[in-house]
Design a protein around this ligand. Structure first.
Ligand SMILES: [Fe+2]
Length: 253
């Protein structure tokens, strides 16, 4: 598939305000396709609405939260597991038509764990474990871990999410944050991993929603302001989702 300009989103985490702000930002560009790297749900207050918002994007990968919702969540921390239980209830609410609930589950069912598009590999976690492996900035110094990933990578770039920390890891052994790159990285011959950051729960000390545009060889990191106060209020209003899930949106941690 030849894509001239495409957008990569990840880790939306049921945050409707962030998703809407990102889609609005994206509308200013002639985007050919939107590719979603997983964790559409979990943590946030609007799982139904966020699933509907991504229903028609070109690719949705399975994240660990979708996997946890569908299969098992033993390895989740208590807050994340509690959010998944709450999410499950939201997708089964009896006041909605049964077909509508079924349609949400159908969207989650059978999501792929990886894809290759436009000369790029897409996963949620890493090529070592597509849904669960975390590639952190400091892992650039872990020769064994990185070696496994580089040898599994058949394209020049792998886009991923999961850690909620955007950046570029090069096969030459460098990690660079978007700020160091002035928000733009040009793909060349060298293999690289690119984390697109998180739309709905950034953890790099910047509360703005994160996503990436790819224009030919150019990888452009975008940050978008959104109304996180509304999202925080909705989280608290559930009476079930942990207060810390609200508090972290404000600080991007
Ligand atoms: Fe996530």
């Amino acid at each position: 598939m030849e894509l001239l300009l495409y957008a990569l989103i990840s880790d939306l985490h049921s945050n409707l305000e962030a998703v809407e702000a990102v889609f609005e930002d994206m509308a200013a560009f002639p985007v050919d396709a939107i590719l979603c790297l997983g964790d559409v749900i979990g943590y946030g207050p609007n799982p139904r609405e966020v699933l509907e918002a991504v229903r028609n994007v070109d690719v949705i990968l399975m994240g660990n939260h979708e996997e946890g919702l569908l299969f098992y969540a033993e390895d989740f921390n208590p807050k994340a597991r509690q959010a998944l239980e709450w999410t499950k209830d939201q997708l089964n609410l009896p006041e909605y038509p049964r077909d509508e609930n079924y349609g949400l589950w159908e969207l989650l069912d059978g999501l792929p764990k990886s894809e290759r598009r436009a000369g790029a590999t897409l996963v949620h976690g890493s090529l070592r474990n597509e849904t669960k492996d975390y590639v952190m900035p400091e892992d650039i110094g872990d020769a064994d871990k990185m070696g496994e990933i580089w040898s599994a990578l058949k394209d020049r770039v792998c886009f991923f999410g999961h850690t909620h920390i955007p950046g570029v890891w090069t096969e030459g052994g460098r990690f660079r944050r978007p700020a160091e790159l002035k928000d733009e990285f040009v793909l060349g011959e060298e293999k690289v991993l690119v984390n697109v950051g998180s739309v709905g729960q950034p953890r790099d000390a910047d509360p703005r929603a994160s996503y990436v545009l790819v224009d030919g060889d150019r990888v452009i990191f975008r940050r978008v302001q959104y109304d996180y106060v509304s999202t925080m209020r909705k989280i608290l209003k559930t009476g079930v989702l942990s207060d810390t899930l609200a508090a972290r949106l404000k600080v991007g941690r």
